[in-house]
Design a protein around this ligand. Structure first.
Ligand code: NAG
Ligand code: NAG
Ligand code: NAG
Ligand code: NAG
Ligand code: NAG
Ligand code: NAG
Length: 828
């Protein structure tokens, strides 16, 4: 009390004393003892990035004032508030520094907020740093460990780069985000977003006290089940868990970019970036992707997939089949066989999962999988375990007690979970496995005979293919140690096998009327499974000796991939002479039908842009984000399929290549690909890299904008191909003339021009001049991204795009020129 009186006294004294001297609006970035910041004045950080001052959320009124930190040079965007629950009615607010603390006064007599040091300070200052942190410290101690107080510890609804979401364990400080109540009311709203609990940290969004979304625990690379927060060239997420603190934070490489996470008033977690061109915040990522992210949609032991559908995990059945049939999944699933503790229970492994809620860390740290298993086995209420790397020490044994809640299928990047099962279930699995073993021996022999001509590894994969089974199929870990490790190594390639009869019946014996296309290596049929599911069957021509390699390649590549912009492989059929791939059926067929067909349907600009973004995301996944790194090598309009919502899906991995993490370029003697889409270095010398895919993407992008094919492009005024034509228009300053006349009015000129510019950058002659797919995505999606000026593209005439003299191909009607998939044997 005495202190605040003293402060008030100081304040009165100061405000009368300094009335004349502090008339300027900007004080500096520092407030010293006995200085006062009044409404109308600002502290500005040294790099002019942030400012601290009084504001009203509703700019039309000057009542309800708050002291907050906002960006300096853009329209009011508040990132932190001192008095969010406690507004100041008029312009009388002030922040005043005392000798041992500081206080926010609503008016000369009422302090509504104050911070004091416990120890006596020599020369304290309050400073606004250029990362938006307001710190109270000793002037001669700039070390962040020595801050007496910092605003970063008291997050409002915004997480800035360097801010930590999490816990300081020593003093129990919990730093988490809370939404505003409404657009004009920053007081604490309904939603909170936090990292908890500290031992097995998860990201949790709550409405009040109820969980709405949950991702976690941290598995060494990400929060289990979350995809969006991964590292990329501009954005670096960080997670740290030690005895001192547990936190999530992120850094931005390009310091000129403004970006932040925010929890909105409706409970969405968004990552935003400031767009200089359109002068607004662009939403880059929303953490909630689909309804499988909603907390516990499928009930206990339910597994959510394809947002939202629910299935019971293997070994479980719906608790209430009636409700389940009515798609009321909330009751979840129960065991087929009850557990009988200590009496033959064992564990079954489920791969590709988002881990369940309510995990616990085993008492002893750093256990192996085997040790963790016996800890879990030893406690009857332990229902599941896994080993993940929460603390960066190689492995933490994580246990689950009671029902397993809030799981989802996450085949692309999920974790392994070992679930306790009753003896009967394990026996059923062991029986099924014995049957499979017999088949394996038989098929291995066949494999080694037919595999003689094949590269060893492919043969090996094929043999494994034959042992294929539905992914997530249960594996018993109960038997012996040897069995245990064997099974852990074999998780990779698991794909359903269809039998020939099923596929034949589905396609009406491969009848002509069901044929929907002809791929490079054989016909494609539409079919309907007994379940009603529509499928596309790609059948290898039996006489195509070459196709078998490509077939195997495709199986190996795509079986490991899962992404919404890649076509989904449902299974394969290898029986007698038949080799078939079974895909999901996409009703809208391929993109070329929409782009180049005479009778094409109209694609609006928005649809085209969404298609471009989808392809770019799919390609980025192949190049960088998937478990494998893959070069597609045959990206073209006819290999982009469209689902009924016109989402693009990349297909045809017949000649794709897997490349190692350290490997950036490969060479081939057999150049395969499609005229018009091949990059110069690939067509001419067989060198390919992710940048050759970028070239093809650039061609595709320009085709999507122009509605014209690159290969077979015809213009009465010159003999350039589409790339040359686009470059010519770009140089002449009329890029918009490239646009397809069928594009409706509702396009943004800036966006189209940016797309053309990015397209031209992708088709640059020199590999080094082409951007990577991650920068392509960034450039396409952010208006303010710096996009370089393109130079002349590679292959500006059709003849040059074959890497050879092609006088013979001229004179054809350009719009009916067939697309040719070629194989050029290198002459060397
Ligand atoms: C600051 O110190 C004064 C007097 O010592 C006390 O009344 C006030 O409650 C303190 N404020 C905080 C936030 O600790
Ligand atoms: C604001 O009020 C909420 C509850 O109404 C409380 O939980 C929170 O701590 C308060 N925040 C501040 C910064 O005073
Ligand atoms: C000072 O502010 C408080 C709360 O904001 C208000 O209740 C009080 O009437 C004000 N006093 C003066 C003298 O303005
Ligand atoms: C994590 O935090 C500890 C202590 O706070 C620190 O020593 C360590 O360097 C941090 N690790 C990373 C990866 O930032
Ligand atoms: C099993 O684990 C639970 C949760 O940690 C604990 O409460 C219980 O005492 C344990 N039971 C035995 C028999 O160790
Ligand atoms: C954990 O165990 C592994 C091998 O079992 C060992 O290499 C590693 O150093 C251990 N880590 C810690 C922190 O004890």
């Amino acid at each position: 009390m005495g202190f605040s009186l003293f402060l008030s006294f100081c304040y009165i004294w100061l405000s009368s004393a300094s009335q004349t001297s502090t008339a300027a609006t900007v004080v500096s970035d520092i407030l010293r003892p006995n200085q006062v910041l009044k409404d109308g004045q600002n502290l500005v950080s040294s790099g002019q990035r942030f400012e601290l001052g009084f504001f009203s959320p509703d700019s039309s009124s000057s009542s309800n004032r708050y002291l907050g930190i906002s960006y300096k040079n853009i329209p009011l965007t508040v990132v932190w508030i001192a008095n969010r629950n406690n507004s100041i009615p008029g312009l009388s607010g002030s922040l005043s520094m005392g000798s041992n603390g500081f206080s926010l006064f609503a008016n000369s007599s009422v302090a509504i907020w104050s911070v004091n040091a416990t120890a006596v300070l020599k020369s304290p200052i309050l400073q606004l740093l250029d990362n938006g942190n307001l710190v109270f410290r000793e002037e001669n101690n700039g070390d962040s460990e020595g801050y007496i107080w910092q605003s970063f510890d008291y997050i409002t609804d915004t997480l800035l780069p360097d801010m930590k979401l999490g816990w300081k364990l020593r003093n129990g400080l919990h730093m988490y985000m809370r939404s505003w109540s409404s657009a004009n009311d920053p007081s604490v709203g309904e939603f909170s977003f936090s990292l908890d609990p500290p031992e097995t940290p998860q990201l949790v969004l709550r409405k009040g006290t109820q969980k709405r979304n949950r991702w976690g625990p941290w598995d060494g690379a990400r929060f289990s089940g979350s995809a969006a927060l991964r590292s990329n060239p501009v954005f670096i997420p960080m997670f740290n868990s030690s005895i001192e603190e547990v936190y999530y934070t992120f850094k931005i490489v390009d310091q000129s970019l403004l970006s932040r996470f925010v929890v909105t008033q409706d409970g969405l977690i968004q990552y935003l970036q400031w767009s200089k061109n359109s002068n607004e915040w662009a939403i880059m990522v929303t953490l909630q992707r689909d309804s499988c992210d909603s907390y516990m949609v499928c009930g206990p032991y339910g597994n959510c997939y394809d947002g939202p559908k629910c299935e019971c995990l293997n070994g479980f059945r719906p608790k209430s089949p009636v409700d389940w049939a009515r798609v009321d999944w909330s009751g979840g699933c129960v065991r087929k066989w009850e557990l009988d503790c200590g009496n033959g229970d064992g564990f079954v492994k489920y791969g590709g999962m988002k881990l369940p809620d309510n995990s616990h860390l085993a008492a002893s740290r750093n256990l192996s999988l085997e040790e963790c298993r016996s800890v879990c086995l030893g406690n009857c209420s332990c229902m599941a375990f896994t080993v993940i790397d929460i603390h960066g020490n190689g492995g933490d044994c994580v246990l689950w007690f009671d029902d397993l809640l809030d799981m989802r299928d996450f085949s692309g990047g999920g974790d392994d979970l070992y679930i306790r099962m009753a003896k009967e279930e394990l026996e059923a699995i062991a029986d099924a496995k014995r049957d499979r073993r017999v088949k394996v021996i038989v098929t291995s022999i066949i494999c080694s005979v037919t595999g003689m001509l094949l590269v060893g590894i492919i043969g090996w994969y094929t043999c494994r293919m034959r042992r294929a089974r539905r992914w997530r199929t249960a594996e018993s870990l109960n038997s012996s140690h040897r069995d245990f490790t064997e099974e852990t190594q074999e998780e990779d390639l698991e794909l359903p096998l269809f039998d020939l009869e099923t596929v034949s019946a589905a396609t009406d014996k491969f009848s002509f009327k069901n044929k929907i296309g002809q791929g490079g290596f054989g016909p494609v049929y539409k079919g309907v499974l007994p379940t009603g599911q529509e499928i596309a069957v790609k059948r290898l021509s039996q006489n195509s000796g070459q196709g078998i390699n490509e077939f195997k390649n495709e199986v190996i590549v795509i079986a490991k991939l899962q992404h919404r912009n890649l076509v989904k492989l449902l299974g394969c059929c290898i029986q007698r002479e038949e080799r078939m791939l079974i895909y999901e059926y996409l009703p809208n067929k391929s993109l070329d039908n929409f782009l180049f067909d005479e009778t094409r349907k109209k694609l609006t600009w928005k649809m085209r842009f969404d298609i471009v973004m989808g392809i770019a995301r799919g390609l980025l996944y192949l190049h960088q984000d998937s478990r494998l790194r893959i070069i597609h090598r045959d990206l073209k309009a006819s290999n982009i399929l469209l689902d009924n919502e016109m989402n693009p899906k990349i297909s045809d991995f017949g000649i794709a290549r897997i490349f190692g993490a350290e490997q950036t370029e490969q060479m081939t003697k057999r150049v395969m690909g499609t005229y018009g889409y091949m990059s110069p270095e690939y067509a001419m010398s067989g060198h390919f890299s992710v940048k050759s895919d970028v070239f093809s993407f650039g061609v595709l992008l320009l085709e999507i904008i122009s509605g014209k094919k690159n290969w077979g492009f015809y213009h009465p005024g010159h003999d350039l191909n589409l790339l040359g034509h686009a470059w010519k228009l770009w140089n002449e300053g009329k890029p918009l003339e490239l646009m397809d006349a069928l594009i409706d009015e509702s396009y943004s000129e800036n966006e189209v021009i940016r797309c053309i510019q990015v397209g031209l950058l992708c088709v640059q002659q020199r590999v080094e001049d082409r951007p990577t797919m991650s920068s392509v995505l960034l450039m396409l999606s952010t208006e303010n991204a710096m996009v370089r000026q393109p130079k002349e593209p590679g292959f500006v005439t059709e003849a040059s795009s074959m890497g050879m003299d092609t006088s013979s191909s001229s004179g054809k009607n350009p719009y009916t020129a067939n697309e040719v998939t070629v194989t050029i044997l290198d002459a060397r």
